[in-house]
Design a binder for this molecule. Sequence first.
Ligand code: 5GP
Length: 120
Amino acid sequence: MAYDHNNIFARILRGEIPCKKTFENTHALAFQDIAPQAPVHILVIPKGAYISLDDFTAKATPAELDGFWRAVGQVAREAELVTGGYRLIANHGANAHQEVPHFHVHILGGRALGAMLTKT
Ligand code: 5GP
Protein backbone atom coordinates (compact mmCIF):
# COMPACT_ATOMS: atom_id res chain seq x y z
CA MET A 1 0.00 0.00 0.00
CA ALA A 2 1.34 3.44 -0.93
CA TYR A 3 1.39 6.29 1.55
CA ASP A 4 -1.50 8.73 1.00
CA HIS A 5 0.01 12.22 1.14
CA ASN A 6 -3.46 13.73 1.60
CA ASN A 7 -4.31 11.88 4.81
CA ILE A 8 -5.41 14.14 7.66
CA PHE A 9 -2.18 13.88 9.66
CA ALA A 10 -0.05 14.66 6.59
CA ARG A 11 -2.16 17.78 6.18
CA ILE A 12 -1.68 18.69 9.85
CA LEU A 13 2.09 18.28 9.37
CA ARG A 14 1.96 20.63 6.38
CA GLY A 15 0.00 23.20 8.42
CA GLU A 16 -3.05 22.91 6.17
CA ILE A 17 -5.25 21.85 9.09
CA PRO A 18 -4.86 23.22 12.64
CA CYS A 19 -4.07 21.08 15.64
CA LYS A 20 -3.61 21.65 19.37
CA LYS A 21 0.11 20.98 19.52
CA THR A 22 1.60 19.83 22.82
CA PHE A 23 5.15 18.94 21.73
CA GLU A 24 7.44 18.95 18.72
CA ASN A 25 10.99 17.84 18.01
CA THR A 26 12.95 17.22 14.81
CA HIS A 27 11.23 13.93 14.06
CA ALA A 28 7.87 13.99 15.84
CA LEU A 29 4.79 16.11 16.48
CA ALA A 30 2.30 15.62 19.33
CA PHE A 31 -1.19 17.09 19.46
CA GLN A 32 -4.50 16.54 21.20
CA ASP A 33 -6.89 14.03 19.71
CA ILE A 34 -9.96 15.75 18.23
CA ALA A 35 -12.29 13.25 19.96
CA PRO A 36 -10.62 12.48 23.30
CA GLN A 37 -11.45 9.17 24.94
CA ALA A 38 -9.77 10.02 28.26
CA PRO A 39 -8.94 13.24 30.16
CA VAL A 40 -5.55 13.12 28.43
CA HIS A 41 -5.59 11.83 24.84
CA ILE A 42 -2.59 12.91 22.83
CA LEU A 43 -1.44 11.61 19.46
CA VAL A 44 2.26 11.43 18.61
CA ILE A 45 3.18 11.15 14.94
CA PRO A 46 6.49 10.95 13.09
CA LYS A 47 7.20 13.75 10.62
CA GLY A 48 8.16 11.23 7.96
CA ALA A 49 5.65 9.56 5.63
CA TYR A 50 4.96 6.24 7.35
CA ILE A 51 1.63 4.44 7.17
CA SER A 52 1.73 2.54 10.44
CA LEU A 53 3.98 1.05 13.10
CA ASP A 54 4.87 -1.73 10.67
CA ASP A 55 6.04 0.72 8.00
CA PHE A 56 7.80 2.94 10.54
CA THR A 57 9.78 0.19 12.25
CA ALA A 58 10.74 -1.35 8.90
CA LYS A 59 11.92 1.85 7.19
CA ALA A 60 12.65 4.66 9.66
CA THR A 61 16.23 5.72 10.30
CA PRO A 62 17.76 5.29 13.77
CA ALA A 63 17.48 9.06 14.28
CA GLU A 64 13.77 8.99 13.39
CA LEU A 65 13.12 6.04 15.69
CA ASP A 66 15.02 7.70 18.50
CA GLY A 67 13.36 11.09 18.04
CA PHE A 68 9.89 9.57 17.83
CA TRP A 69 10.06 7.28 20.87
CA ARG A 70 11.79 9.88 23.02
CA ALA A 71 8.96 12.25 22.09
CA VAL A 72 6.39 9.70 23.27
CA GLY A 73 8.07 9.42 26.66
CA GLN A 74 8.52 13.16 27.01
CA VAL A 75 4.92 13.93 26.10
CA ALA A 76 3.70 11.51 28.79
CA ARG A 77 6.05 13.06 31.34
CA GLU A 78 4.99 16.60 30.45
CA ALA A 79 1.33 15.57 30.74
CA GLU A 80 2.14 14.32 34.28
CA LEU A 81 0.99 10.80 33.51
CA VAL A 82 3.95 8.88 34.85
CA THR A 83 2.84 8.56 38.48
CA GLY A 84 -0.79 7.67 37.77
CA GLY A 85 -0.05 5.57 34.72
CA TYR A 86 -0.97 5.71 31.07
CA ARG A 87 -1.66 3.54 28.03
CA LEU A 88 -0.19 3.59 24.54
CA ILE A 89 -2.20 2.38 21.55
CA ALA A 90 -0.87 2.05 18.01
CA ASN A 91 -3.43 0.64 15.60
CA HIS A 92 -2.17 -1.10 12.48
CA GLY A 93 -4.52 -2.14 9.71
CA ALA A 94 -8.09 -3.32 9.46
CA ASN A 95 -8.39 -5.63 12.47
CA ALA A 96 -7.14 -2.85 14.73
CA HIS A 97 -9.52 -0.35 13.07
CA GLN A 98 -6.76 2.08 12.06
CA GLU A 99 -8.59 5.10 10.65
CA VAL A 100 -5.79 7.48 9.71
CA PRO A 101 -3.05 5.96 7.50
CA HIS A 102 -0.16 7.91 9.02
CA PHE A 103 1.58 6.16 11.92
CA HIS A 104 0.47 7.49 15.29
CA VAL A 105 0.62 6.48 18.91
CA HIS A 106 -2.27 7.35 21.19
CA ILE A 107 -1.27 8.36 24.73
CA LEU A 108 -4.23 7.92 27.06
CA GLY A 109 -4.41 8.76 30.75
CA GLY A 110 -5.80 10.95 33.49
CA ARG A 111 -8.19 8.32 34.85
CA ALA A 112 -8.33 4.58 35.49
CA LEU A 113 -8.58 3.15 31.99
CA GLY A 114 -10.04 -0.24 32.84
CA ALA A 115 -9.38 -3.48 31.01
CA MET A 116 -7.16 -3.36 27.97
CA LEU A 117 -9.80 -4.63 25.52
CA THR A 118 -13.58 -4.82 25.55
CA LYS A 119 -14.99 -8.28 24.89
CA THR A 120 -16.97 -7.32 21.80
P1 5GP B 1 -6.85 5.42 14.66
O1 5GP B 1 -8.17 4.72 14.72
O2 5GP B 1 -6.38 5.63 13.25
O3 5GP B 1 -5.81 4.75 15.53
O4 5GP B 1 -7.05 6.83 15.35
C1 5GP B 1 -7.22 8.01 14.64
C2 5GP B 1 -7.45 9.11 15.66
O5 5GP B 1 -7.30 10.35 15.01
C3 5GP B 1 -8.83 9.09 16.32
O6 5GP B 1 -8.69 9.00 17.73
C4 5GP B 1 -9.46 10.43 15.89
O7 5GP B 1 -10.24 11.03 16.89
C5 5GP B 1 -8.22 11.27 15.55
N1 5GP B 1 -8.45 12.28 14.53
C6 5GP B 1 -9.07 12.11 13.33
N2 5GP B 1 -9.07 13.25 12.64
C7 5GP B 1 -8.43 14.16 13.42
C8 5GP B 1 -8.11 15.55 13.23
O8 5GP B 1 -8.41 16.17 12.22
N3 5GP B 1 -7.44 16.16 14.25
C9 5GP B 1 -7.07 15.50 15.39
N4 5GP B 1 -6.41 16.19 16.32
N5 5GP B 1 -7.36 14.20 15.59
C10 5GP B 1 -8.02 13.55 14.61
